[in-house]
Design a protein. Sequence first.
Length: 396
Amino acid sequence: MQNTSFHFFIGIDVSKDKFNFAIIDSSSVLIKEGFFPMDKQGFSAFFRVVEHFPDSIIALESTGVYHINLLSFLNAKELHVYLVNPSLVKRFAQSVSLRNTKTDRIDSIVIAEFIAKNYHNINEFIPTNRDEIVAIARLRENISRKVARTKTQIKQYLSLVFPELIDRVNIFTDFFLTFIEAFSSPQQIIASTDKVRSFFETHNTRGRKVKITPDEIIKLAENSIGISSPNYAFVVKENVKMLRFLNKQLDEITERLLDQVNEIMEDDMEVISSIKGIGEVTAAHFLAEINDINRFENRKKLAAYAGLDPSVKQSGYMFVKGRISKRGSASLRRCIYIMATGLIRCNPYFRQYYLKKRKQGMPHRKAMIALCNKLVRVLFALLKTHQKFIPEHNYL
């Protein structure tokens, strides 16, 4: 139950090396302000200040990662700490002042004024492992992007060195990645035909057999239009090594993400996985990004958090809805888009919705945004009610 007898409100603006604070009373009178370094001594000095202001609320903006250490310190001191959305603070500042002045000192005062007027509608910060899981999800997303970029580079340079190989085989199987490491150019293949045949005998024994023969590879090399460049061949080989390293990283991070999400949010994973076409990795990433569905009062707020809500332009009495705002979590938005792409292929319920939008004249991308919003509505309803997906149900 929240304390309703707060007398002081403390706003903190955090940057990399320091944090500014401002303390106001219930009448918005500035009582004290200042700044401290972002280190142990600075944290302790700030706490000594706060001790002189009992029945106070402390608010910080959720900005990157710089706020986390201070937030953790204050929470361990059992203070009333609130983590607030920067966009809400910005809108509040615009509503109470026409000035464009922005400094760390002014920002801390604005945060204090914001929490003084809005703390009844915001929950106190409660630390959980869920806040750490999103870091794992973001790391996995980052590695996935690096994997995609490295694959593109391998294709680009291999198309210069040995384009015929790209046309005949899937070069990203384990077999052919190992082959390219050993023979990164047609010239190496031609100069080592016995070794090529030996490679096939040694490595083409596990799993699905490759459909091309070593003699066919040799013939492709002999007739290749590729550039005879040791440097390009070197780049191909090194990129393959990098890809192997990144794939190993990705597997390890994915395993950790799934373990953590299943341990803390097992029921929610079962709910989302009940929708055919959503894989466990994207389900885990989605849950890591939203943290807890109860943070969102309604589906519109979840859509806004993902940046899938329409931007609105106002002129007098005219309101015009534009493209999606993209003001929320870009990682969550990408995750939902990936989910929607899979649903078009595997789930008749969502595919029919997408096709209906296309028949209404929507281009592909606009229909995909509509599908993403439909998916958000369904996921919100399922997670709020702890029910599994039923295709026949009408999810408004």
